[in-house]
Design a protein around this ligand. Sequence first.
Ligand SMILES: [Zn+2]
Length: 286
Amino acid sequence: MNHDSPANEAQQPHAAAAFCLLTLALFDTATAAWAAPTASPGFPQLSDELRQGALISGTAELRPLRIDGRELPIGADGAIVFGLGRDQKEVQICIGPASKQRCETRAVQPGKWRIERVNGLPPKTVTPDPETAARIAREAALVVEARRVSSTGRGFLGPWQQPASGRISGIYGSQRILNGVPGSTHLGLDIAAPTGDPVLAAADGQVSLVHQDMVLSGKTVLIDHGQGVSTVYIHMSEIAVAEGQAVKRGERIGSIGATGRASGPHLHWGLNWFEVKLDPRMLLED
Ligand SMILES: [Zn+2]
């Protein structure tokens, strides 16, 4: 099973209200003030703390610039962006041409992930039949392809907004243990709301994928925000945009629903830097 599918989170039923209350009760409210350290000469200035799950933006000083071996796209004004995975412990930043390359390895601050224990669930759903499994794989490949896009879009610079209003019913990073059995890690933000409520673009961008009926994620929209940053919106009841369409932050892209494998109406909102899944909630912090 491809754990990078946006639909992956839906493989485990969302286990409804009890589950969601648990996560809310565990929220951290205090966030320590953080001052950006001064970069070593030639290294990029970064505007964010290096934290697991974070989208990091900054300005390139020297080019080329590589993050963990991947050459970063650099905006015309030097803007850069990259992401740090949920379990990433350090990040390597290299600057300059290969013959004169200098590298620094920096620590990544660990996230505080929840363990969500849910008991008394019905026995696990049966594994998909071969035909359905093949369809799931084909759909996941479409998403992988869309996330390879590295456009010159500037939406990643923000501002960002929460794409729906409602109760937060699932957070990024949680390890789910269902009936005592470790389940998949939840790598997005769940917002529970009534079917038909609006789903809005979280930032400016261009719609890079529309799918009306994915097995696991139902009605699905991906938006490209530039330089490898994308967001995904799944389980919608209807889609209001078309592939290739430019969207502005706050523009309606669809409606809350429970399509795909969802136990109730909610939006699963995901954030990616290329294939790396990030925590969208961090975009909403000051
Ligand atoms: Zn979710």
